[in-house]
Design a protein around this ligand. Structure first.
Ligand SMILES: [Zn+2]
Length: 637
């Protein structure tokens, strides 16, 4: 995650490859991740999904009642009209994460957020996915600023990768977000090139080019210093809520969001509101952070043993709550997880977190601390492989092991897709004698995102002309769109674009253009950005699904004569000792192919390899109904 980036050319993770693997097996396991999640396939299918995008998918088939319009979009957008305002996303509309939105008019471009997304099933070995900025190529000089609404990775994570390619435009963000961005950039180098203008007051007005004035406004979220962005344009204000919720009783120093600011925007004319869809499917409101505090206090003060809390490293509000509770109940706090420790350090330095010296202890102090006087706050509540809680549960942690009577609090929601991992993590903990509390059985977590009533409130306060649900897959945005309709926005004025699809607004009003920018999945794998192509991913999936079958044979250089017998290595396919007969048959087939092929032909090597790949692949398939990767290796001596 934090490995420095290579100066690799940024290019789409694929583009030319065929959408499906060449496997002839119709129900290939390779097809599963692609058709199932549409992810790896996605990068190479600019027209992906069009067949599904027909009428009826979004409105149960009521003609003319569909949200505005979800039609086929051609991949080549026209250049913008000089007097038109364009809004489009480079990520974040077909997934949860990698949020990145562009607002463009004339020669002015403003980017809102630059996040990453964690990989999904079917992307083995990928660290994360970032927005596709290729449509900004050639327009770098027009970028007037990058507004970062808050310090979560799904909003800042792509900065180290994308900034160098955009010519280091100025970032406008709040102090804590700036601290987290700088800290992360340190690990990638180039810190001195990062230009950040810290926005100190949440009502500052900053001119960005000829056409835009940016004005942040404070919102509640589960990290301090989150703001929404109002971009005032000649046609009215474009408002991006960022991640937000309304909390009337947040944890100090956070304050409630000011509804009067939103009303004031509404009175001046909100052209377009882009609102957070993450929790748009959930009725009601988020519980207040102060309710969470009370619940956590109740649990901690009644429990007579060690407390271990699993949460997100960036959920600094929660960490603050636990620190305050520890001080009230005379406990010490051990923070496990490097990212959590560094976030707390930054927030503390900036005055966003308050705790007494000595409240936080080191791992070395652990032996001297009575377990009943201890709260361990750690990362890994999502079951992340290498995070602290996972290592503790698996008894792989250096200093902390689960003991009978430990109380484990999962103070976080479960990110969709992680359900099974989190369930088995809980099982593992319970088996070792721990008590487990989570948000479903107690109020130990409040989400950071507006639920339905809060979204409706946002719309009522700002009174936008156009409404664009953002952040999340279509089904989430669709739920959000329905809420907007409920509070009086007409369907024609609600847009559900895909990534890269352009909303264009001019004096005649707004519409979703039929053209779109192609937005690929840019995959970051270790040091490489965008260099893991669809083909690499396909190979990984094939290896994972069916293993490999390597055939090594040695030929005499001059005569092309086979020396000895071909060596066969199998990994993840069959255990060779138990499949001796199969291996022998394969070996005989290889010999026969070599015997039959013309060694004087200039294409001998290529022909032989292909023939072996095809014939042995076919043989193994008919014998085992598995399709391992067949790798012929020729050694000439
Ligand atoms: Zn967030």
């Amino acid at each position: 995650m934090n490995r420095p980036p290579a100066p690799a050319p940024l290019r789409p993770s694929s583009g030319q490859s065929k959408p499906q693997p060449s496997s002839t097996r119709p129900q290939s396991s390779l097809a599963r991740p692609q058709s199932g999640s549409a992810r790896p396939g996605k990068t190479s299918q600019p027209n992906r999904g069009q067949r599904n995008r027909g009428r009826g998918q979004h409105d149960h088939g009521r003609r003319g009642k569909r949200f505005n319009p979800i039609t086929q979009a051609s991949p080549v957008p026209l250049p913008p009209k000089p007097d038109a305002l364009r809004v489009y996303a480079l990520g974040g509309l077909e997934e949860v994460g990698r949020n990145c939105t562009v607002v463009e008019m004339g020669d002015d471009i403003v980017i809102i957020d630059m996040g990453l997304m964690f990989p999904e099933e079917g992307m083995p070995g990928i660290d994360y996915i970032i927005p596709d900025i290729s449509c900004l190529r050639g327009k770098e000089k027009n970028i007037r600023g990058v507004i970062i609404t808050h310090g979560h990775y799904d909003h800042i994570g792509a900065i180290p990768h994308l900034m160098p390619r955009l010519g280091w435009p100025v970032i406008y963000t709040a102090p804590l977000s700036a601290g987290i961005i700088r800290k992360r950039q340190e690990e990638y180098g180039n810190l001195q090139q990062l230009k950040i203008q810290v926005v100190k007051r949440a009502d500052e007005k900053i001119r960005l080019g000829k056409n835009f004035v940016f004005e942040p406004f404070h919102v509640n979220h589960n990290i301090t210093d989150a703001f929404g962005a109002a971009i005032h344009t000649p046609y009215g204000s474009v408002i991006a809520t960022g991640d937000f919720k309304f909390d009337l009783d947040p944890i100090p120093p956070d304050l409630p969001a000011d509804p009067m600011r939103l009303v004031a925007f509404g009175e001046r004319g909100v052209l377009l509101l882009m609102a957070d869809s993450t929790s748009a499917s959930l009725p009601g409101r988020q519980i207040s952070e102060s309710v969470v505090s009370e619940e956590l206090y109740g649990i901690v003060s009644k429990h007579n043993g060690r407390i271990i809390v699993g949460t997100f490293s960036s959920l600094l509000t929660r960490v603050q709550q636990l620190l305050s509770i520890a001080e009230k109940t005379n406990r010490k706090v051990l923070l496990l997880g490097r990212s959590m420790q560094s976030n707390v350090e930054i927030a503390h330095q900036l005055g966003y977190m308050k705790f007494r010296p000595g409240t936080i202890i080191d791992e070395e102090d652990l032996k001297r601390t009575d377990p009943s006087r201890l709260i361990i706050v750690c990362t890994g509540a999502q079951g992340e492989k290498n995070a602290a809680l996972m290592r503790i549960a698996n008894r792989e942690h250096r200093t902390v092991q689960i003991e009978e009577g430990d109380m484990i609090i999962f103070s976080s929601s479960v990110i969709p897709g992680n359900e099974r991992t989190v369930q088995s993590l809980k099982d593992t903990l319970i088996r070792q004698g721990a008590k487990v509390v989570h948000y479903a059985n107690m109020d130990v977590h409040a989400g950071g995102h507006a639920k339905q009533e809060e979204l409706k409130e946002m719309i009522k306060l700002t009174k936008p002309r156009y409404y664009v649900p953002v952040h999340g897959n279509l089904f989430l945005r669709y739920d959000n769109a329905n809420l907007a309709e409920e509070v009086g926005i007409t369907r024609q004025n609600i847009f559900l674009p895909d990534n890269g699809q352009i909303i264009e607004i001019d004096a005649n009003g707004g519409k979703l253009l039929p053209e779109k920018y192609p937005i690929e999945y840019i995959m970051v794998d270790g040091l490489g950005v965008g260099d893991v192509s669809h083909i690499v991913l396909r190979d990984r999936l094939q290896l994972a699904a069916d293993g490999m079958f390597v055939i090594i044979f040695t030929l005499e250089r001059d005569t092309g004569r086979l020396i000895g017998s071909p060596d066969i290595i199998s990994r993840g396919f069959v255990y060779i000792k138990e499949a001796r007969e199969l291996v022998e048959k394969a070996r005989a087939k290889v010999k026969k192919i070599l015997h039959d092929s013309d060694r004087r032909s200039p294409t001998f090597e290529e022909y032989t390899k292909n023939k072996i790949r095809d014939d042995i692949g076919q043989f193994l398939w008919s014998a085992t109904k598995r399709r391992p990767m067949v790798l012929p290796v020729i050694i000439e001596v």
